[in-house]
Design a protein. Structure first.
Length: 143
């Protein structure tokens, strides 16, 4: 599709594909006080289009932290590393749940820079994960 905004049908398809979870931090939209948005993984102004392979479901915090970034400097490797791309990368290859199931752990440089840049272990989401674990609602059963 062209560089237009996502259609209602695309929004529904993206939401269903993501099982109503942020595709970065895996927060579940049904437990979020904020509405989730449809993120252009590669921004339209940077040449990204409004096709399903360039759209991801994102919580407001991940979306605002990601902003226009697609890659960041990794202090460990000294290289520019791409952020996690939900359509090109497999989540479980770059992230794992720590033994407590509350904190995300990086398995790769992509995971490391994404956790740091998007602050995937921020206090609010960690507290929500902790609470949801007590009622067997976390981690989401999608990844």
């Amino acid at each position: 599709m062209n560089n237009s905004r996502p259609t209602q049908k695309q929004r529904q398809q993206v939401t269903i594909r993501a099982n109503e979870c942020c595709e970065y931090c895996l927060s579940q939209s049904r437990f979020s006080p904020d509405i989730f948005s449809i993120d252009h993984i590669i921004l339209r102004v940077a040449g990204g289009n409004t096709s399903l392979d360039n759209l991801a479901l994102s919580c407001q915090r991940c979306n605002s932290k990601k902003h226009t970034k697609t890659e960041v400097f990794d202090l460990v490797t000294g290289q520019m590393i791409p952020l996690y791309h939900p359509r090109q990368h497999k989540w479980h290859e770059h992230f794992a749940w720590g033994k407590d199931l509350i904190y995300l752990v990086a398995l790769t440089p992509i995971g490391r820079v994404t956790i740091a840049t998007l602050d995937l272990n921020r206090l609010g989401v960690v507290n929500l994960r902790r609470l949801l674990c007590t009622v067997d609602e976390h981690p989401p059963k999608i990844y």
